[in-house]
Each structure stands twice: as C-alpha cells, then as structure tokens.
Design a protein. Structure first.
Length: 282
C-alpha cells in the first residue's frame, strides 16, 4: 500500500495520553555538521546494526520483551543510545523524511527500553516510573529531550504520518507490538503497513462484530484520532466524530472488502478497548 509523506504543522501539543505532555526544553548549542556527516545516512551515523541485534535477541514474535535478559546484558542497548547523543540537528534534518521518521521512532523505542531496564527491580508498569514521559531527559542530538518531546514535538508535529502510532511502543501490553527489527528509511512504508496489520490483529486492536452491530478499536485511536484527519478525513460514510470517521476510513484499508463496506456504511456503534498498562514482558 503506497503512502507519501508530507510535512505537517498540526498538533504540537499532546492529546490526553496518560503521562504525555509537551514540556518546554531549552536546547543546548550543537556543533555544526560537517559536509561529510550531512551526506551520510542514519545507519552510518548511529549504529543501527547493534540496535537491530538487541531487538532480535530480546523481542519475541509477539512483540514482547525479555526485560530481565536485557537488563542483565544491556551493553549493546546502551551503546546505541549513547550514539544518539552524538548526532546533531543539522545532520538529522539533512536526511529524507522517511529516514528522519525511522530514526526518531527507533530513538523513542530504544530510550523506552532503557527507561524500563534502568529500574531495579523491574516495575510492573511503565506508569510506575515517576516522570518517565514528561520529566526524565535523555541526551539526543546534542540536546536533552524527554520521550514526550520525541513523540509530540518532533514526530507528530513535523510529519503527517499517523502510522507512527503503530510503531511507537510505550512498554504496555495494549501498545502495538514492538518490532523485532530496526526501522529504516528505505523500508519504512512497508514496515509501518505491517505494523498496522499486526496491531489491528491483536485482541485489543480491532474487533468488528457485524451481527451485533459493534466495532471496537484501540484506545490509541481515541487519544490521537485527530492525527488521521489530514489524510483520511471524510465527510460521508463511517460513523462518529470527524476524527473517528478518519480513523475508521484508515482502518478500512486493512480489512476485508466485506468489512470495508460495513465500516463505510456506518451502521454500528463504535467503542474503545480498555487499555492494559501492564509491562509488555515475556
């Protein structure tokens, strides 16, 4: 399914996700990137291979994480995250949009893994870590950024790509599955489509019950529904608010023809699954 990426100005603030905010960060000056650095892709600037090894070693086919194993042998994860601090904004902004999106999604997920394994003993939920989204800062691109800064102030603010919500994993059972490979610019479109497919196939991703006249979808679509309006907004068909219609129009691209027609007709009740914040551990 072919997609195109466009710059966007919308939604620099958060939409009610527990723990998320748009806290102000004062950037520290970063050294100018050299011409050589500007020409190098992200996998040459930061060590994608070592992060890919982390994911393949500690993430299973269901997207669950062996946090105990990762915590006991975290050197590769720390090496990748330390490498993020060496990139400057001039370098990252010189990359293609797909490379930039892949880079920031990888950074968000790797720093979330770090946030979990930094805790001894491991917490039962990421929500048990005080300040994990809004307050705890990580050195990246020569600056101090929180997880919320990456999600809301960079990814959601600068790119019209709502499929990122299928790839950003906040270490909860009801998050989309953590991918067991690194995201790359050249493969991003196919990877995000596959992520959406896996996400919707989960028990708390999508349920269409035509006999009962009910459709249930992930709570993430409620929290961030407006992100789908620029590309998938429709005036006719589907049901609910403008954001809900846009979300359902988006989802209709990933279901059978019969379910697609059913969703477009709009003759059903729409609700959201409860969100399970338990740690997504193996």
């Amino acid at each position: 399914m072919k997609r195109h990426y466009f710059s966007a100005f919308f939604l620099a603030c958060s939409i009610g996700l527990v723990g998320c905010s748009t806290g102000t960060v004062t950037p520290q000056p970063a050294p100018p990137a050299s011409e050589a650095a500007l020409s190098e892709p992200p996998d040459k600037v930061v060590n994608y291979a070592i992060y890919d090894d982390v994911l393949k070693t500690y993430v299973d086919a269901s997207g669950l994480v062996d946090y105990s194993g990762l915590q006991a042998s975290r050197q590769m994860l720390d090496t990748f995250n330390n490498g993020l601090a060496t990139v400057d904004d001039a370098t990252s902004k010189s990359w293609s949009e797909t490379d930039q999106i892949a880079y920031w999604v990888n950074a968000y997920n790797s720093l979330t893994l770090k946030s979990i394994v930094d805790q001894t003993p491991l917490k039962a939920s990421i929500k048990d870590i005080v300040g994990v989204w809004r307050l705890n800062k990580h050195r990246i691109n020569g600056q101090e950024k929180t997880l919320d800064n990456i999600e809301h102030d960079i990814l959601r603010a600068n790119f019209n790509e709502p499929r990122i919500h299928s790839a950003l994993v906040c270490a909860a059972i009801s998050c989309p599955p953590l991918r067991s490979e690194v995201f790359t610019g050249k493969d991003l479109d196919a990877q995000l489509d596959d992520q959406v497919t896996q996400w919707l196939a989960r028990p708390d991703g999508l349920r269409i019950d035509q006999e009962a006249g009910e459709v249930q979808i992930s709570m993430i679509f409620s929290w961030f529904g407006d992100d789908w309006i620029p590309t998938y907004g429709v005036e006719d068909g589907f049901t609910g608010s403008n954001a809900e219609k846009a979300v359902l129009n988006f989802i209709s691209n990933y279901v059978s023809e019969d379910d697609r027609a059913y969703l477009a007709a709009g003759n059903y009740s729409l609700s959201y699954f409860d969100y399970d914040w338990s740690l997504n551990k193996q």
